[in-house]
Design a protein around this ligand. Structure first.
Ligand SMILES: Nc1ncnc2c1ncn2[C@@H]1O[C@H](COP(=O)(O)OP(=O)(O)OP(=O)(O)O)[C@@H](O)[C@H]1O
Length: 263
């Protein structure tokens, strides 16, 4: 498949493993503006696909289209062959599309453990009256906090956490839903340089050890080069390139798109 110009878009998803998520010609127009245009990607099971691109390229908008926050004005999305295009956010979440946001989505006065417990209770859906007692979730909460390296911070309020710990807690909340696909929107944003390696390692563990399919928007190329199986380059709403990190960073069309901004 060729996305644009002479850049390489090697969409090998279908050949290497069964695609779990398929985007076919996805576009999103607002008024007269094309924010996302004709994006076609097969995401394979267990893949780590990173989205890069200059500011305003349409990366977050594409995540909004995948998670269902906005609906595409053209094209379609399927998960395991089931059409998602017109399904709302909560239905997509129940089907396995989980997401974190660029800005923190935590409650400052709630503790770390309470965040995870609330996510476990909310997963049941329905009336709050049907929720099991808080103590019924203790083992699950402890397990998720251990997996995300937050066991020692269970009683801390979100406001007390460092930026890196907040990002870990957002991942912990996400994991409660056991998502098939994790969409991580700039997880390193605001995180200090000292905390980046531990957070990177946690994301790597979730991907490699737990085999999770990860889609991640990130500006830190050094983080992505050690994690991503493929890089998707967005530019002016379009997919400019899709290939291995080595091939994408060497691609002159990609380098031209980043001119002056550094890759
Ligand atoms: N609801 C909206 N209405 C109109 N324009 C929008 C809307 N949402 C996003 N845009 C515009 O779409 C473009 C793409 O924005 P988007 O946030 O998807 O880019 P991005 O690649 O994630 O950027 P960044 O790296 O800075 O986060 C921007 O020009 C933005 O202003």
């Amino acid at each position: 498949m060729t996305a644009s110009g002479t850049a390489t878009v090697r969409d090998e998803g279908a050949r290497v493993a069964a695609p779990v998520l398929r985007l076919a010609g996805v576009g999103w127009r607002v008024g007269g503006a094309a924010i996302v245009e004709d994006v076609t990607v097969d995401v394979r099971e267990g893949e780590f696909l990173a989205f890069i691109g200059p500011n305003g390229a349409g990366k977050t908008s594409l995540f909004n289209l995948i998670s269902g926050i906005v609906r595409p004005t053209s094209g379609s999305l399927t998960l395991d062959g089931t059409d998602l295009t017109d399904l709302p956010v909560h239905t997509r979440a129940r089907r396995g599309i989980g997401r974190t946001f660029q800005t923190s989505s935590l409650w400052p006065r709630m503790t770390v453990a309470e965040h995870v417990r609330l996510a476990a209770q909310a997963r049941q859906g329905g009336s709050h009256r049907l929720w099991r007692r808080a103590s019924a979730y203790a083992t699950e909460v402890t397990g998720v906090l251990e997996r995300t390296g937050l066991g020692h911070r269970a009683g801390a309020s979100a406001a007390e956490l460092s930026h890196g710990e907040k990002r870990k807690l957002e991942l912990a909340v996400l994991l409660v839903g056991e998502p098939r696909i994790m969409l991580l929107d700039e997880p390193m944003a605001g995180v200090s340089a000292e905390e980046v390696p531990a957070l990177t390692e946690l994301i790597r563990t979730l991907h490699v050890d737990e085999g999770r399919t990860v889609l991640m928007v990130e500006h830190h190329m050094d983080v992505l080069l050690g994690l991503a199986d493929r890089l998707a380059v967005m530019h002016h709403g379009r997919l400019l390139a899709l290939d291995t990190p080595g091939a994408v960073t060497a691609d002159p069309v990609v380098q031209q798109a980043y001119l002056g901004e550094g890759l």
